[in-house]
Design a protein around this ligand. Structure first.
Ligand code: SF4
Length: 755
């Protein structure tokens, strides 16, 4: 699997000098996040102090990871860049395209047949361009990265928003769109706005039913889905040291749910134990030699208010287990209080499924803690009231858990062991008890619970909890069950109580695996021919986007004014649409079909101003495009939150949308719009959102003078001929304006390659 020890030693070799230089320039002690950021500057040694939340900075990440759904478009784009090999160690992981239905063996067989074309494409492109390839069934990207590639003090990017999981091993790991990954694969710098810093001080100790998952469920409740936007969350304190490395991974993983750029922890003994247990003694030894640079300066954690932009303190001794949801991961409720809340809100109390695993919670410790609850159900003769599904995070975890009898415990409970893949976490779930749109409740140990996320049913109320809490709730079959205080009736009619979970941090006999599922690339892939059939409905070679002309921005039509939450799932739905992730025209048929139209409050039902008729969003956009008319999307706060998929930007771009104007953006989506050569703008006056009417036409009056730090002016012409003129803000710098002017960032790379 070849983690690159020479590359890691190279990073460490430069670290002392760069950190010292950064400390001198910044003029004060440094946080861990700053040490990693300043030691990964594209220009090498730091030469100026950056303003947090303001300056755009070029970085040189150490690694890239791509998952199968996003890798298709990323690699299709990389192929356009005209390079013989990727410039930075890169891996591709086949995990999103495997549907969970009957169990691992048959589900994997089906996926290998239905997605053969895509898997073969990814394998051959990986082989050609020097990319490590993890086969279907090898595991979920973030678990595999944590087990094999993450290293303290490193910087990586990944084409998936939960790349942040690698913060559990002390990295700055950031989810990006495929277009950003292409820049780095092509040997270019990666640009990021220098993040703000949020410090989370953990005091006390986790114990009993409370787990690492509850730390992030609590943080999500405090920060909400927007609270971490533009910031790195850095955890520290005695409580942090007492968490396992994989527990830290869980906390960092769900940092994506507070919108954080990433989250991280300082290097400590838990990380060293994990590195040694996962066969990376060399990395642990190398990290030990520079460990003072792999955590913040002591003064920072002693007086955090002076060094972080915001500080949160959580006493783990007092932290209670939580279940967050439904429909949003920041709706945090302590377990004992959930019944009352559910009754008040009419959430179904009966729980139909308990799902354990995903990239968030499938460590050895997670599985042993959940299994310790599952075993009690069998031993105490409690018949589980819900169905169980388990998604191991990797073949290494699965093999080890099977060897140690952990999977058997779940099987004794009637659980289905799904493939080592995302499955229900990304809507890849052919749910056996699916009942149309019927209201129902499920609990899972995943990270996201947006409407329709798991099974496509908008009335599935999904709650997020720790694996052991999911096991307990699913066994009871009730959302209002509190295992710390309540009893259950067993098959003998006796009242029994579940004892608190017991977990094992790392397998006492070590991890084991027969075939981890890794394919190393050919040393020379120049002779490999990558084939894409012109008739394919899954893959389509890309055509460059043409620049948006200034004059086409006079008379642009409103396509949709999205009402309320509009995540990347609403803009480019996952589930069955995942099969078209490599075919831009076909996947564009899902463009914004999940967004609620502010006029009429329906989804996928908007007015075509040219005909006066109502139709789906993609059809209406195609009609404008065919007529040579540009269109505009309007949205609310945190538009594009959720995943890093650039399809959510490429699809509207492909369908002729020129601008997206919102109250605020999620960071990754805003960057993705810029990369695809579109306008991503925010209302200068938020209430201007209310001015937008269904028949509006937009005239971008001063687009010819598009420049950094300069507002744009838009004239909005309403159906009755009346007009409003509004100001909009943007965050484009000179380079990003060049992307817009050339049609896309990729067009700029190609032009530079050709020069
Ligand atoms: Fe897969 Fe879910 Fe993790 Fe995304 S969050 S990588 S869909 S398991």
């Amino acid at each position: 699997m070849a983690f690159d020890i020479d590359m890691i030693k190279g990073v460490y070799a430069n670290m002392a000098e760069r950190v010292d230089k950064a400390r001198e320039i910044v003029g004060k002690p440094l946080t861990l996040s700053e040490k990693i950021l300043y030691s990964h500057l594209w220009d090498g040694n730091p030469s100026k102090a950056f303003k947090r939340g303001k300056d755009y900075v070029d970085f040189a990440p150490d690694r890239i990871a791509c998952q199968d759904a996003t890798a298709q478009m990323a690699l299709l784009q990389f192929m356009q860049a005209g390079k013989p090999k990727v410039a930075v160690p890169t891996t591709v992981h086949c995990d999103h395209l495997i549907q969970a239905k009957n169990g691992a063996v048959s589900d994997l067989k089906v996926a290998n047949s239905t997605s053969a074309e895509v898997f073969n494409f990814l394998e051959s492109v990986s082989n050609k361009y020097g990319i490590g390839f993890w086969k279907p069934g090898a595991g979920i990207i973030h678990q595999v990265v944590l087990e094999n590639y993450a290293f303290p003090g490193g910087m990586m990017i990944g084409t998936d928003s939960h790349t942040v999981n690698a913060g559990g091993l002390g990295m700055v790991a950031i989810g990006v769109g495929g277009a950003d990954a292409v820049d780095v694969m092509a040997g270019m710098a990666w640009e990021l706005k220098f993040p703000k810093l949020i410090g989370v001080k953990l005091t006390g100790n986790i114990s009993g039913w409370t787990s690492a998952k509850d730390v992030i469920l609590k943080v999500a409740g405090i920060l909400t889905v927007k609270g971490g936007t533009g910031a790195i969350v850095e955890y520290f304190g005695e409580g942090a040291k007492n968490l396992s490395c994989t527990g830290k991974g869980t906390i960092c993983n769900m940092g994506a749910e507070v919108g954080a750029t990433t989250s991280t922890f300082g290097y400590d003994e838990s990380m060293e134990r994990y590195l040694r247990a996962t066969d990376r003694k060399d990395v642990a030894d190398a990290a030990n030699q520079v460990k003072e640079h792999l955590t913040a300066d002591a003064e920072v954690y002693a007086n955090p208010e002076q060094y972080f932009d915001e500080v949160i303190e959580i006493n783990l001794d007092e932290l209670r287990p939580h279940l967050n949801g439904p429909f949003t991961p920041d709706l945090a409720t302590p377990v004992g209080e959930l019944g009352e809340k559910a009754r008040a809100n009419d959430w179904p109390l009966k729980v139909d499924w308990g799902l354990i695993g995903s990239c968030t919670n499938s460590s050895y410790e997670d599985l042993t803690r959940a299994a310790s609850i599952a075993k009690q159900a069998v031993d105490k003769k409690i018949k589980p009231k819900s169905d169980f599904g388990i998604n191991p995070g990797s073949e290494t975890i699965r093999y080890t858990a099977e060897r140690d009898g952990i999977l058997e415990i779940f099987e004794n409970l009637g659980a289905t062991i799904f493939t080592n893949a995302c499955g229900p976490c990304i809507g890849q779930w052919d749910r056996s008890d699916a009942k149309g749109d019927e209201k129902n409740t499920i609990v899972h140990s995943f990270n996201r619970n947006f409407s329709k996320r798991a099974d496509g049913n908008p009335n599935t109320h999904a709650f997020v909890g720790s694996p052991e809490m999911v096991a307990a709730i699913a066994i009871s079959g009730r959302l209002d069950f509190d295992p710390m205080n309540d009893t259950l009736l067993n098959e003998d009619g006796e009242e029994v109580k579940l004892d608190m979970p017991l977990g094992i941090e790392l397998p006492p006999q070590g991890f084991a695996v027969e075939d981890a599922g890794f394919l190393a690339p050919d040393a020379d892939g120049s002779g490999i021919v990558v084939k894409v059939s012109p008739d394919s409905e899954r893959l389509q070679l890309l055509e460059p986007f043409t620049p948006i002309k200034n004059e086409s921005l006079m008379g642009a039509k409103l396509l949709i004014k999205a009402f309320g939450k509009c995540t990347t799932d609403h803009i480019s739905m996952a589930g069955p649409w995942l099969r078209f992730r490599g075919h831009l025209d076909n996947i564009s048929n899902n463009c914004l079909i999940g967004a609620v139209n502010a006029f009429g409050k329906k989804t996928n039902f908007v007015k075509n101003q040219l005909t006066g008729e109502y139709a789906g969003v993609p059809d209406t956009a195609r009609a404008y495009k065919a007529a040579g008319v540009k269109s505009v999307v309007v949205g609310d706060h945190n538009y594009g939150e959720g995943s890093s998929r650039e399809h959510a930007a490429m699809e509207p771009r492909h369908l002729g949308v020129a601008a997206v104007i919102v109250k605020s953006f999620a960071r990754i989506h805003e960057t993705n719009l810029k990369k695809q050569g579109m306008l991503g703008l925010t209302f200068s006056n938020e209430s201007d959102y209310d001015l937008i009417q269904e028949d509006d036409t937009f005239n971008f009056l001063d687009i010819a003078e598009f420049a950094p730090d300069k507002q744009l002016t838009i004239e909005i012409v309403h159906a009755d001929g009346s007009k409003d003129t509004i100001k909009v803000n943007h965050t484009y710098n000179d380079a990003q304006i060049a992307w817009y002017r050339e049609g896309s960032a990729l067009n700029v790379i190609k032009k530079e390659n050709a020069a």
